[in-house]
Design a protein around this ligand. Structure first.
Ligand code: SF4
Ligand code: SF4
Length: 447
């Protein structure tokens, strides 16, 4: 076994900008608990970037936990599996997070949680087999937009993947779901890290974690120092706790010094990035055949009296999840995800998706969405805060006049919607909303 100190790296490169956000990791020491099932769960067929799935079941069908209920042939797509056993009571279009209607499979749980009888352990020895397993598992990025993992693990023709980066940064305030995965599933993560190292044939694995999680760093160092790793290829990198170190491109830069070009994936610079919870989910699938059917969610926010981590089957409504915790006051704003990158929900009836890692509830006293916006005072703090060196004020101006050409010229496509600009703005300008709008205008302009 190698000394732990040999396994602990310093960042390869310092990123610019960002935000000094409060951590508020109130649920960090709260073990994940199971919740009772609701009367129905609604599983949308779009839970990832790419083509939506087509429903594989119809009303009246009986389903079991882990059964594939949606899939499509499109290259960028991940299958969707039932998280409850029971009967399909409807397959119908319902509103999704984007506002568009999405085919949704509605299941009435039978309370038995019967596993699908077809589930079997899966053996993988090659990169191709691992990529196929990641797809069959339905695995997507578990803290962000839900990009299918099997695409990320596939090398480009011109660039082999030499470095696997495991994202354990969890830099957004409140969220503790990855931290709890490390605390509760370290043996599974250890097994998963060495499966990935063996099958992908990468030269090294770097686990990036922020320095405000000493217990997690200890656990990860034990994984890195495991006797399987005779060549010291698995290492832990302690990153300064500065938002947004968990953003994929920032993490690649901090851990390897490589810059991912605009519009490209980390594979284009020889890297694959996986979330640490994703490592546990994939290894669990290999060991048991059980795909991704549930999420560990942090439920927190100023309206929550007892912040918790909960196991929630995909498709359970936010309302049902919030019913499992004690509220201080009725929520006036609910976010799926953290306060920096999370998406405000129009209705508590929206379902939990694969990529959700937190539900945050804000009461009227803490809901800052109505805070008076002031005109821009041209202080330049937004530009200084942008880790991608963008000029948010310029982008806001071009978005307002639908100037596609200039939006493209200033590189709006590389905006990660991290919110560092808005967080640092003394005039409380809704810059992230403008960034999203500008990206949409630029995307549509491409045709
Ligand atoms: S412009 Fe985009 S990438 Fe830059 S700070 Fe704002 S949200 Fe983040
Ligand atoms: S930080 Fe806010 S006030 Fe300052 S230049 Fe940017 S948008 Fe204007």
């Amino acid at each position: 076994m190698h000394a732990k100190t040999e396994r602990l790296l310093k960042p390869a490169c310092r990123s610019r900008g960002g935000a000094r956000v409060p951590h508020n990791k109130n649920a960090a020491e709260s073990p994940t608990r199971h919740i009772p099932l609701p009367e129905t769960v609604a599983v949308p067929m779009r839970q990832h970037i790419g083509a939506p799935c087509l429903p594989l079941v119809k009303p009246g069908d009986k389903v079991t936990v882990g059964q594939r209920i949606g899939d499509a042939d499109a290259p960028v797509c991940a299958p969707i599996h039932a998280g409850v056993s029971g009967e399909v009571v409807a397959v119908e279009p319902r509103p999704s997070y984007s506002g568009a209607m999405t085919d949704t499979v509605v299941i009435a749980p039978d309370g038995l949680q019967t596993d699908c009888p077809d589930l079997r352990p899966v053996t993988v020895n090659t990169a191709e087999e691992l990529v196929q397993a990641a797809r069959d598992c339905g695995l997507v990025g578990l803290g962000g937009a839900g990009f299918p993992t099997h695409i990320k693990l596939t090398p480009t023709q011109s660039q082999p993947i030499d470095t696997l980066i495991i994202n354990a940064a969890e830099c957004e305030p409140y969220i503790t779901s990855d931290y709890r995965a490390i605390m509760e599933e370290a043996p599974l993560i250890l097994q998963g890290v060495y499966t990935l190292l063996r099958c992908l044939g990468v030269q090294r694995v770097i686990i990036g974690v922020e320095d405000n999680k000493p217990k997690a760093i200890e656990a990860l160092l034990r994984i890195a120092a495991d006797e399987q790793d005779l060549q010291n290829r698995v290492q832990v990198m302690k990153l300064p706790s500065h938002y947004p170190h968990g953003a994929e491109k920032i993490l690649v830069l901090a851990t390897t010094g490589r810059r991912v070009p605009m519009g490209k994936l980390p594979a284009s610079v020889g890297c694959a990035v996986m979330n640490i919870t994703g490592v546990a989910v994939l290894q669990h699938y290999l060991n048991t055949g059980m795909p991704l059917t549930r999420r560990r969610l942090t439920v927190d926010g100023p309206a929550v009296a007892d912040p918790q981590n909960l196991w929630v089957p995909v498709g359970v409504s936010i309302r049902h999840v919030l019913n499992q915790v004690e509220l201080i006051a009725p929520p006036t704003k609910i976010l799926m995800g953290g306060p920096m990158m999370g998406i405000a929900q129009l209705s508590p009836d929206m379902p939990v998706l694969k990529q959700n890692n937190a539900i945050l509830a804000f009461d009227a006293a803490h809901d800052l969405s109505d805070k008076q916006q002031a005109p821009c005072i041209r202080c330049g703090r937004c530009a200084s805060a942008c880790p991608m060196s963008l000029m948010p004020t310029l982008i806001e101006r071009f978005a307002k006049i639908n100037d596609v050409e200039n939006l493209r010229r200033v590189g709006v496509g590389i905006c990660m919607e991290c919110g560092s600009c808005a967080y640092n703005c003394p005039a409380h300008r809704p810059l992230v909303q403008y960034m999203r709008l500008a990206k949409e205008i630029e995307r549509k302009g491409r045709g």
